[in-house]
Ligand binder design. Structure first.
Ligand SMILES: [Zn+2]
Length: 249
């Protein structure tokens, strides 16, 4: 029990760090007024690559235990994320400028959308920690780096509209807060029902792969040519694989 509660704290702390990393994306705005959209496109592409590589690590981790259960989890993950996304999209668009100016409904909607987005990321971190501590840290680092361009994207909308860079840092972190909140129950669930760990790993992977192609890649392609998107996705996967070799996982 003692062990469990200290591990829960660690999971929460690491997942919170991944959320804090989102704030790093706002930091360039302290020094420059605007950032070229193509840089945003490239960093979205890099974020996609990290997410894809992390997803396949989750699948491999699941395969070590139970291949079919991992695949069943993937199917569940993609269904859940599509349903959650449709449900959110059914309720009006949110303008990020309304969020920054403190319109309450817009803030709630923004958090809702970010919760759907952060769901897969939080679950990934949680279930990875249930697998092993070092795998959890590995996935947490991947998600943290992946979050930086997300903060950049949020700040890129907010700062030119008059939000201060410091506030943009807070809004970026705020947008990722659902991650630590999702990570803890996901961790506890697979910790208690250990036999479903591969299902949880697959679920997170399925939801993240969907998100890469439904959300991140289209966004990258809006700002950057396909050839460059391809390059940055590949480089990110390469970097993540090299990192995996270096830490000897
Ligand atoms: Zn994300």
């Amino acid at each position: 029990m003692e062990f469990l509660s200290s591990t829960v704290f660690l999971v929460f702390a690491y997942a919170l760090l991944t959320a804090v990393a989102t704030g790093i994306g706002a930091i360039p705005f302290f020094f420059i007024k605007d950032i070229s959209p193509s840089l945003l496109g490239k960093s979205n592409a890099a974020a996609s690559g990290l997410m894809l590589a992390a997803s396949f690590s989750l699948i491999m981790e699941g395969y070590n235990i139970d291949q079919w259960m991992t695949l069943a989890g993937m199917l569940a993950g993609v269904i859940i994320i599509i349903l959650a996304n449709n449900w959110m999209e059914g309720r009006s668009e949110v303008k990020i400028t309304d969020v920054a100016s403190g319109k309450r409904m817009a803030m709630i909607m923004f958090l809702g959308i970010m919760t759907v987005h952060s769901f897969a990321e939080g679950v990934s971190v949680g279930v990875s920690f249930a697998s092993t501590m070092e795998f959890g840290i590995f996935i947490a680092i991947a998600i943290a780096v992946h979050n930086i361009p997300e903060g950049l994207a949020i700040s890129l909308v907010m700062v030119p509209q008059g939000t201060s860079p410091l506030k943009a840092v807070w809004w970026s972190i705020f947008s990722s807060l659902p991650q630590p909140i999702m990570a803890v129950p996901a961790f506890l669930f697979v910790e208690v029902f250990r036999q479903y760990l591969p299902f949880g790993l697959g679920l997170a992977a399925g939801a993240m792969i969907w998100m890469v192609f439904a959300d991140l890649i289209p966004e990258a392609l809006e700002k950057c040519e396909p050839k460059k998107v391809g390059l940055w996705v590949t480089l990110a996967i390469l970097a993540m694989s090299a990192f995996q070799i270096l830490i000897g996982h």
